[in-house]
Design a protein around this ligand. Structure first.
Ligand code: CP
Length: 299
């Protein structure tokens, strides 16, 4: 079965199909005729990704199994690999996995029948978030070519930044990064790192990242963050009038983004959340229905 663990797997026709199918689901309810069982294995907290995967699977007709780490054998020391082998042996068809580590690396070489979908792996990848960001951009601009996208803030710890760069550059957008120098992502070899004010003034899309307190071990003080690197009403005036603001959520209000920015007409944060359900429906179809997908692509 097909799995989606990295944006690197997707060629342009795949991306085109996923975005087209997701856009279809924005306006249409599916027939709910898909059959199969999905488990959401979230080893890190989540609201929007976990709930939207659950809604997506239910709308398609799939059965969704509950898994809560605190009630699972993870508490007895079971490894991720053994948990995956267990749900595979139970006959589960797909596992949606979020983990603080680069979990696809951990399971490389394991023979599993079930499909795997990456719902976030350490600071490495979050492919379905990138797809829903791309859908939100496409709904507004109708294209990616020549668009300037600035991804600003805690880039160092952001899997969203890495997946978005891979996806949006493949689609023809120009991606820059900005933020405090200590959040410079040294692992990104071709990173265009620009001054924050320049990024705001030149960009069509400003993607504000969450300051990821849980990965800082308490070393990062945010008391002056908004003044220097946050989006606020003063910085809104520096942006292009037709630019849009994205944020993967959850937001730290008054840190990377202020209340008034969240209410601005250019802010698409809740549209991103809505698009998340549609994108994850398309991704689940992708994983479950290879034959049907081929029919849909050629239709
Ligand atoms: N954007 C995102 O991954 O949010 P959650 O952590 O709430 O799933």
């Amino acid at each position: 079965m097909t799995a989606l663990v990295s944006i690197k797997q997707l060629k342009e026709p795949d991306i085109e199909w996923l975005l087209r199918r997701a856009q279809h689901f924005v306006g249409h309810q599916p027939d709910g005729q898909m059959r199969g069982t999905v488990v959401n294995l979230f080893f890190e907290p989540s609201t929007r990704t976990a709930l939207s995967f659950q809604m997506a699977a239910q709308r398609l007709g799939l059965t969704v199994l509950d898994f809560a780490i605190e009630n699972s054998s993870t508490c007895k020391g079971e490894s991720l690999v053994d948990t995956l082998k267990t749900v595979d042996a139970l006959g589960v068809n797909a596992a949606v996995v979020r983990h603080s580590l680069d979990w696809p690396e951990l399971i490389a070489g394991e023979k599993l029948k079930l499909s795997l979908v990456n719902a976030g792996s350490g600071h490495y990848e979050h492919p379905t978030q990138a797809l829903l960001d791309a859908l939100t951009i496409k709904q507004h601009f109708g294209r990616f070519a020549d668009l300037k996208v600035a991804i600003v803030g805690d880039v160092l710890h952001s899997r969203v930044a890495r997946s978005d760069k891979l996806l949006l550059e493949q689609l023809g957008a120009q991606v820059s990064f900005s933020g405090p120098d200590r959040f410079y992502p040294h692992d990104l070899s071709d990173c265009r790192w620009v001054d924050f004010d320049q990024a705001l003034a030149e960009s069509d899309v400003v993607m504000v990242l969450r300051v990821q307190h849980e990965r800082h071990q308490g070393y990062f003080d945010v008391s002056d963050y908004n003044r220097h690197f946050g989006l606020n009403s003063i910085r809104l005036m520096q942006m292009k009038e037709d630019a849009i603001i994205l944020h993967p959520g959850p937001v730290n209000r008054s840190v990377e983004i202020t209340d008034d920015v969240l209410q601005d007409h250019r802010c698409k944060v809740l549209q991103q959340v809505t698009n998340g359900v549609a994108v994850r429906m398309a991704v689940m179809e992708w994983c479950f229905q290879e034959e049907r997908r081929e029919q849909l692509v050629s239709a």
